[in-house]
Design a binder for this molecule. Structure first.
Ligand SMILES: [Ca+2]
Length: 53
């Protein structure tokens, strides 16, 4: 999500920052592709981490 090649806690932080108004990752924060950046994207990241991606 934050383009560092890994899916980890830093991606969750990036989504939280995006929801809070930080535009740094606004183009990539929509992890699950539903056109919104919200808690569902954090869940998607957690699922990806849990799946070992
Ligand atoms: Ca989303």
């Amino acid at each position: 999500m934050n383009q560092d090649g890994k899916v980890d806690i830093s991606d969750i932080v990036a989504v939280i920052n995006t929801i809070a108004g930080d535009s740094t990752y606004k183009d990539t924060a929509d992890t699950n592709g539903d056109k919104k950046t919200d808690i569902s994207d954090i869940v998607a990241i957690i699922n990806a981490i849990a799946a070992g991606d």
